[in-house]
Design a binder for this molecule. Structure first.
Ligand code: ADP
Ligand code: ZN
Length: 761
């Protein structure tokens, strides 16, 4: 390569940007391959380095992209996110552009003129122009991405059935079966055909034999579900007002507030139809895909062939195929979870964030982005509306609507045929007094359970604690059994006969005598879902009982399968953790029992009440979604707690009205902005020191309250000691100033979580 110039390159490693020699004129955002002392890696061009370090610079190995592949506005969003969350472009880029998505340099620009010819001539300006034209829609590059092996990818998957191998197979059939076995029983059709070098006829034969099945990706998520026909509804007055209230031509943020079933999705669908008709694209964010199969079939029915779906369950190839479809404008409506907010869609005309209050929109690992907040920023950059929908809005969004930053649109009308369930409270303190021992199932709950089962209806019992017993304790010395690597007690799992750490996965066979004092008086304390299931089996031997929690649903698809069985009425009693609260509608479910509504309130987090309120309201909404009237029984030791009182009344606004002044008085969000700095070390002191040093540098920043450094709520995880420093300010600027005054070293021991959601760990 001739006349190379110093260029700043950021690597997808925990390192600050480095300077390499690269051809002049590489646009920021282009990916390059470089060498480090430790091997090869990818990087992103940041721009020329005007003051290169006075050392011998290495040249880059190769330019990977002919031009920046992401749409220009998305770069602006990434730049904002990098700045706001304190992370580099190279860490954000893989969230929207998987490394495997690479352009084909053989792509012809014009007859006889391929991208690689321009590269050969050093014509980077020409390539940049081609990229700009491509992004603007003025230049079509249909063969830009390597898709030869990916034909049909993202569409059809081939899977092994339960049927035994046929007695005789041809050599090509054998190749297919072997490849599938290696691939874990399922592969994308295109990849499978390529890997085996066989034609589609071979697959067709095996499908005929019943050994294989071909499944469309969308069906994977809505297995055994009849195609929902596109059911057009006539929007009611409120829905029409909501739709009319949103100007599609410019930025606005709207909070669409209405109980589940009040018709929010119909509003989104109507808006989406209008936006697609304008030739624009839509980003539709949902908290979790697996639990919303109905939504996907509704979307596919309304907008056939236009929907692409992105979620955490996709393998790398599927993700790659999706991103290529989006970059080529082949799917104008993209439904996805958190990272979908960064999807490489051009010309976005509408962003929807359904269930905006959900914590899953916030990433709990680096880079710790919040998809809802970035959705608002993205809509600003795109100049389009963003609609946040919720039955129990986050207090942040509720307050923003109150201040007029968001427009508030309400759907108050009850949908036809749906009645709110009656919610009753059982005071567990009274039960304790009456029975002189701890009560897990109150007499009233038992009574309702019997009635429900007699009527052939379904009951759902919820307890937010898995395992058999919460912890083991020695009655002689009072000591508990903690994880040797974490500051957390081990949970007893009876079925597996193990004590397990829910943080690091450590497990051990339960000891026969106390490891502290040698006494034999060990006992478990605090029941978990596993024990509840056992108690139910003893009390209701005839009932069909299904437990759904993280222990029983670790296999891919098993949660969906369980929920479908429950939906089909094959289950009498469903018992599980909060994962039962979301998604599905169970037509026969008429009783919901919350065994201990207080569990979530004890977490040392100022949002504990808000989360408990949301969870209880969501769960209560499970009962009586169908024609049958539902009952909810909420067992609690604190019936007067606002989260419980207002959940019983199913009154979000009253809850918000009581909770917000409390937040204001204590200076918590939404009345303050927060940053959480965490650090880890092999010893408590090693974890503390960097935070103490950080604090010293921050003392000069005006408007900042600094709390700590202190031990994290769980002070040790996986043998690492954990400390934290909390910054609070009346608004965001002092927190940004703190980042400027004391920038974190990439790869250093201190990490930053802006607008942290999780204080309990
Ligand atoms: P949400 O998104 O608020 O939970 P949905 O939009 O899914 O509510 O509506 C719940 C049900 O009510 C759906 O089956 C939907 O088709 C139906 N529905 C919504 N609006 C209307 C309407 N205006 N007329 C008839 N049915 C409606
Ligand atoms: Zn552990």
């Amino acid at each position: 390569m001739e006349n190379l110039v110093p260029t700043r390159i950021e690597l997808a490693r925990p390192l600050p940007p480095l300077t390499y020699l690269a051809p002049p004129g590489l646009a920021p955002g282009m990916r390059v391959a470089v060498r480090l002392r430790t091997g090869r890696t990818h990087g992103v061009v940041l721009g020329p380095d005007p003051e290169p370090p006075k050392v011998k610079l290495r040249p880059i190995d190769a330019v990977l992209d002919p031009f920046p592949l992401l749409p220009p506005r998305l770069w602006e969003l990434l730049a904002f996110a990098g700045h706001y969350y304190g992370c580099g472009l190279a860490h954000l880029l893989p969230l929207c552009l998987p490394q495997a998505v690479v352009a084909d340099w053989e792509t012809p620009l014009a007859p006889g003129r391929r991208l690689c010819d321009l590269r050969g001539a050093g014509d980077w300006a020409g390539l940049a122009q081609a990229g700009a034209d491509w992004h603007a829609g003025a230049l079509a590059l249909p063969t830009l991405f390597h898709r030869r092996g990916l034909r049909g990818a993202g569409v059809t998957e081939v899977r092994r059935t339960e049927a035994p191998n046929p007695p005789r197979v041809t050599p090509s059939q054998a190749k297919v079966l072997l490849a599938l076995e290696k691939g874990g029983g399922a592969m994308l059709e295109g990849l499978l055909l390529e890997a085996c070098a066989v034609g589609p006829a071979v697959l067709a034969r095996l499908v005929e034999h019943g050994v294989l099945e071909r499944v469309k990706r969308l069906d994977l998520l809505s297995q055994r579900r009849e195609e929902t026909a596109d059911r057009r509804v006539v929007l009611n007055e409120e829905q029409r007002k909501a739709v009319a209230g949103i100007d599609l031509e410019r930025f606005s943020a709207t909070l669409l507030y209405g109980i589940t079933g009040s018709g929010k999705t119909e509003v989104y669908l109507e808006l989406a139809g209008q936006v697609l008709a304008q030739g624009k694209r839509i980003l539709w964010l949902v908290p979790e895909i697996g639990l919303t199969p109905r939504l996907l079939s509704r979307l596919e029915a309304r907008f056939p062939g236009k929907v692409a779906v992105g979620h955490a369950g996709l393998n790398a190839t599927e993700k790659q195929a999706d991103v290529m479809r989006l970059l080529q404008d082949e799917a104008p409506l993209f439904v996805g979870v958190r990272n979908a907010v960064l999807a490489p869609l051009r010309n976005v005309g509408l962003i929807i964030v359904d269930e905006e209050q959900e914590g899953s929109y916030k990433s709990e690992e680096h880079p710790r982005i919040h998809a809802r907040d970035l959705a608002i920023k993205r809509a600003q950059l795109e100049g389009c509306p963003v609609v946040l929908g919720s039955a129990t809005p986050s207090l942040e969004s509720w307050q923003a609507a109150d201040l007029g930053k968001y427009r508030l649109l309400r759907l108050r009308e009850r949908p036809q045929g749906v009645t709110l369930p009656t919610v009753q409270v059982v005071d567990l303190r009274e039960c304790f007094k009456a029975e002189r021992k701890k009560v897990v199932f109150s007499p009233l709950l038992h009574k309702y359970m019997r009635e429900t089962l007699q009527n052939g209806q379904q009951a759902m019992l919820l307890l937010n604690r898995r395992g058999f017993e919460n912890f083991w304790m020695c009655r002689a010395c009072g000591q508990t059994f903690d994880c040797p690597h974490c500051a957390l007690s081990l949970t007893y799992h009876k079925g597996a006969f193990r004590l397990r750490c829910h943080l690091c996965g450590y497990e051990t066979v339960p000891p026969e005598v106390c490891i502290h004092c040698g006494a034999e008086h060990l006992r478990g304390v605090g029941e978990g879902t596993e024990q509840i299931e056992a108690m139910l089996r003893a009390a209701y031997p005839e009932a069909r009982i299904l437990r759904l929690d993280r222990d029983t649903t670790s296999r891919r698809g098993s949660l969906e399968a369980g929920l479908l069985a429950a939906e089909a009425g094959e289950v009498d009693i469903l018992v599980g953790t909060q994962m039962l609260a979301k998604g599905h509608t169970f037509p026969k479910l008429t009783l919901v029992g919350i065994l201990n509504a207080d569990l979530g309130l004890k977490i040392p987090d100022f949002r504990a009440a808000e989360r408990t309120f949301q969870l209880l309201t969501q769960v209560a909404g499970r009962a009586g979604r169908a024609e049958l009237a539902g009952r909810v029984l909420l067992q609690t030791y604190s019936p007067d707690h606002p989260a419980i009182v207002h959940a019983v009344a199913q009154n979000f606004e009253a809850f918000a009205a009581e909770e917000l002044p409390y937040r204001e008085a204590l200076g918590y969000p939404p009345y303050a902005a927060m940053s959480l700095y965490r650090s880890e070390g092999d010893t408590p002191v090693a974890a503390l020191e960097p935070l103490a040093a950080l604090k010293k540098r921050l003392l000069t920043v005006p408007g900042l309250r600094i709390l700590g450094p202190l031990e994290a709520p769980i002070p040790k995880v996986k043998d690492r000691y954990r400390m934290q420093l909390v910054l609070k300010a009346g608004a965001r600027p002092p927190l940004a100033e703190a980042m400027r005054v004391a920038p974190l070293v990439a790869g250093g021991v201190v990490t930053l979580d802006r607008d942290p959601l999780n204080f309990g760990v």
